[in-house]
Write a protein that binds this ligand. Structure first.
Ligand code: ADP
Ligand code: MG
Ligand code: MG
Length: 252
């Protein structure tokens, strides 16, 4: 069964300490949410997990099913079943969405186990329909000229086709109108399975009305300062973060 463990993770960017010791354990079937004010290190955590070169991990361990994730190169992490939907997906000039997807899937499946073109197209078209995406997006260059909402839906399309073990979604809900939010949430819910764990990073509680988390963690100043169930997200929506700061004696 899927088991993802983050232990004592510390990371710096340009020499500045951002993550100050993060511990999270995710089992298959579980949805964990991370909430927190802006600038507390949520995206840094996502980037460090995926191996972004700008972020230096200085301490801690990350394992997926016992394998050392921090030892893996970026593409090896994807192959091992880690998936990250970024807060700001990048454009790739000259690569169509469908070419990008097919090569990502084949890299995940491994040599000798590539998906046939026909099967790939059938799967992609089916998922695009579920996500109410215009079929022409398959042939557009990756993220080039996509609106915010289209980029987010496209990230969910990638997740669906890649069939990852651990899904990290960084503010997948930001910039979505209510219809797009529902479509994205349906996509995530359709992917819930005992074999898959989710780490959903979000600034607002809104998405969590549609995707029910099992655990909610609050991140402040590079640390998880409080964990609880879905009720914690509701309290944050109502009362903001100040009460936690007071409770813990954190200064801005
Ligand atoms: P969050 O996602 O919680 O809003 P981030 O992880 O994006 O927070 O940022 C955490 C801190 O790291 C902030 O103080 C931010 O200014 C800093 N930071 C993030 N990215 C960079 C970067 N590329 N260069 C320098 N500082 C950065
Ligand atoms: Mg931010
Ligand atoms: Mg962020």
């Amino acid at each position: 069964a899927t088991h993802f463990v983050i232990e004592g993770l510390k990371a710096t960017i340009e020499g500045k300490q951002i993550l100050k010791g993060i511990d999270i354990e995710i089992k298959g079937g579980e949805i964990h949410a991370i909430m927190g004010p802006n600038g507390t290190g949520k995206s840094t955590l996502a980037s460090a997990l995926m191996g972004h070169p700008k972020y230096e991990v200085t301490e801690g361990n990350v394992t997926l099913d016992g394998e050392d994730v921090l030892e893996m190169a970026v593409d090896e992490r994807a192959r091992a079943g880690l998936f990250l939907a970024m807060q700001y997906p990048s454009e790739i000039a000259g690569v169509t969405n469908s070419d990008f997807l097919r090569s990502a899937i084949n890299s995940r499946r491994g040599e000798g186990n590539e998906v046939s073109l026909i099967k790939f197209i059938r799967q992609m078209e089916g998922k695009m329909k579920e996500l109410e995406m215009n079929p022409e997006f398959a042939h557009r260059y990756l993220n080039e000229g996509f609106s915010g909402g289209e980029k987010k839906r496209n990230e969910i399309l990638q997740m669906m086709l890649l069939d990852p073990k651990i899904v990290v979604l960084d503010e997948i809900d930001s910039g979505l109108d209510i219809d797009a939010l529902r479509i994205v949430a349906n996509g995530v819910n359709a992917m819930r399975s005992e074999e898959r764990g989710f780490l959903i990073i979000t600034h607002y509680q809104r998405l969590l009305n549609y995707v029910k988390p099992d655990f909610v963690h609050v991140m402040m100043q590079g640390r998880i300062v409080k964990s609880g169930g879905p009720e914690l997200a509701e309290r944050l929506e109502q009362d903001g973060y100040d009460w936690i700061k007071e409770e813990l004696g954190i200064e801005d």
